[in-house]
Design a protein around this ligand. Structure first.
Ligand SMILES: [Zn+2]
Length: 284
């Protein structure tokens, strides 16, 4: 199928009450795992590349290859630049051929995040490119969540509505207790806050830091407006653990293509599991 649009994928998920899994790729290893999982599950999906991984594959020619593989896939697949933290990186992503981008100004003061996001939306619109933005700070440092940190870090529902109205973004990533990487302790999502954001914001909501959140919390988050969930750490850990255990096996040949293939199978398992939890299986 031809490459699917980011906003079309999220709109369908929003309307039919499921979430599109957004799975990160960076070279050749994870791509076939995710595409074959999507076909087997008859699930739509998004592929994402974080610019921090551009050193592993030159984004221009790499995207040509990824798009070629997407075109051969029988289910709708989109492609998104993950965490573009500056206008320069966003422009580099657009030049490389990304049809949708995430601008991450979440570490900037509110007014600056709003101004820069609006500028990115305007320049992306000229090329028909959709923009996801982020408001609030993910708790990547694993700070204790007390009332003060909650108000300082988490997405403010009123500001979220103001931000979306003044920037024209197509989707909003929220901070409700989610974090990138492995969680330090059990993740506790602020569902009351999510409910308030969802009531005030018309665009689909995005949950970053999906690795480590329980299945029931995912489903509750989807029922409260989350339409896209990002997964990376869990796939990376599955691949690394598989390679490590194979190399530690007695008399293991540690043959590199075999290791890559086994890692791919482990990643595919994670992706299938997530598609079922997100209820995107069967929605293609
Ligand atoms: Zn993220």
């Amino acid at each position: 199928m031809p490459l699917e649009r980011y906003d079309t994928l999220l709109k369908d998920a929003h309307n039919r009450k499921y979430a599109v899994g957004a799975f990160n790729i960076f070279a050749l290893e994870f791509l076939p795992a995710i595409l074959s999982a999507a076909e087997e599950e008859k699930s739509p999906a998004l592929l994402q590349i974080n610019p921090i991984h551009f050193y592993l594959a030159d984004p221009g020619p790499y995207l040509d290859y990824v798009k070629h593989q997407i075109a051969k896939t029988k289910v709708p697949i989109g492609l998104n630049l993950d965490h573009g933290i500056s206008k320069d990186i966003i422009l580099k992503g657009i030049q490389a051929g990304f049809p949708s981008v995430m601008f991450d100004g979440s570490k900037l003061p509110y007014a600056e995040n709003l101004a820069q996001t609006r500028e990115i939306v305007e320049l992306a619109a000229a090329c028909g490119i959709t923009v996801e933005a982020e408001l609030g700070t993910l708790n990547d440092e694993g700070l204790e969540i007390n009332a003060e940190n909650r108000d300082r870090l988490f997405t403010n529902p009123e500001k979220a509505a103001d931000f979306v109205n003044h920037t024209g973004v197509h989707a909003l990533a929220v901070a409700i207790g989610n974090a990138h990487g492995f969680y330090k302790g059990k993740p506790e999502l602020d569902f009351e806050r999510l409910k308030k954001i969802n009531a005030r914001v018309a665009v689909p909501l995005v949950l970053h830091g999906g690795s480590g959140i329980s299945d029931s919390d995912f489903q509750k988050a989807i029922s409260l407006g989350i339409s896209k969930i990002n997964i990376y750490t869990e796939m990376s850990a599955a691949a690394a653990t598989t390679v490590k255990s194979l190399c530690n096996e007695k008399d293991s040949p540690c043959d590199y293509p075999t290791l890559l293939f086994k890692a791919r199978e482990a990643v595919k398992k994670v992706v299938i599991d997530k598609m079922r939890v997100f209820k995107s299986s069967g929605k293609a």
